[in-house]
Design a protein around this ligand. Structure first.
Ligand code: CO
Length: 266
């Protein structure tokens, strides 16, 4: 596992915050009628205007700048021309390279009115991300993060935790060791030391945890067609409390001002 210097962590925070800034722009822009391809272009513009490059484009042949995963799409959805509609759950995942360092995070938006059970899925998935982050401290193990996420989502709320996709180390590469599963056992896995940078990303389904990949070779969907939610933060392991490099607060502030997003949730 690659541990970063303080100076490198500071550079990684810049990269993570650029992703947050782009996602905050999305939070102000997203509404029924907008397409995910428009969101792709918007993110590309924000990233390039800040002297960075979108990192997903061409990564293992991935053909877009963002992943746009709507409703039963878990992750890696292709942006397309289909207008977003009232009641959609839209996860936008964006990666950048800024000064040689990767930022990679994701946020799920609730467009208009949805059933209370879906609002709860969004709330619990976001909470589980923070419960995982709480465990990302020196001398804890990766399994402590994994268990905290699974406990909150599956054991306490009965949701499906996707097994096939995991969080990961982050640095000069988009995917570094270790893998960070969203299910597991306390005390298992690699022990963490200071300045390990991780992308923690629970992918949580309303129904079954089972997923399949579409014919396009990328799009991951739930087997039962029920909705899935994805949040991702970039964090740095510290002695007492993990340092969160990305920033949801600017996204949440923009969400509150957007009257096209769910009013009872925000
Ligand atoms: Co990631």
């Amino acid at each position: 596992m690659i541990y970063k210097t303080e100076a490198e962590v500071a550079l990684m925070k810049e990269a993570a915050l650029l992703v947050s800034k782009a996602l905050a722009t999305v939070a102000g822009f997203i509404k029924p009628g907008v397409t995910t391809l428009q969101i792709d272009k918007l993110c590309e513009t924000v990233v390039k205007d800040h002297g960075a490059v979108p990192s997903f484009f061409n990564y293992r042949g991935y053909p877009f700048n963002i992943c746009a995963s709507v409703n039963d799409v878990v992750v890696h959805g292709f942006p397309n021309e289909t207008p977003i509609k009232n009641g959609d759950i839209v996860s936008i995942d964006l990666g950048v390279i800024l000064n040689g360092w990767h930022g990679d995070h994701a946020y799920s938006f609730i467009v208009g009115e949805v059933a209370p059970e879906i609002l709860n899925l969004v709330k619990v998935t976001k909470e589980s991300l923070y419960k995982g982050i709480e465990k990302a401290t020196v001398n804890n193990r990766i399994g402590d993060i994994s268990y905290a996420i699974q406990e909150h989502t599956e054991f306490k709320n009965g949701y499906g935790v996707v097994r096939e996709l995991v969080g990961h180390g982050l640095g000069r590469n988009l995917h570094e060791d270790p893998q960070v599963p969203n299910y597991g056992k306390r005390g298992n896995g690699p022990k963490m030391k200071e300045n390990l940078v991780l992308a923690i990303e629970p992918m949580i389904n309303l129904g079954t945890h089972k997923v399949y990949t579409d014919d396009d070779g990328w799009t991951v969907k739930t087997q039962d067609g029920k909705v899935s939610v994805h949040f991702e933060h970039d964090i740095c392991v510290k002695r007492n409390e993990a340092l969160i490099l990305s920033d949801f607060s600017i996204i949440e502030a923009a969400e509150k001002l957007n009257t096209n997003l769910n009013s009872s949730y925000y």
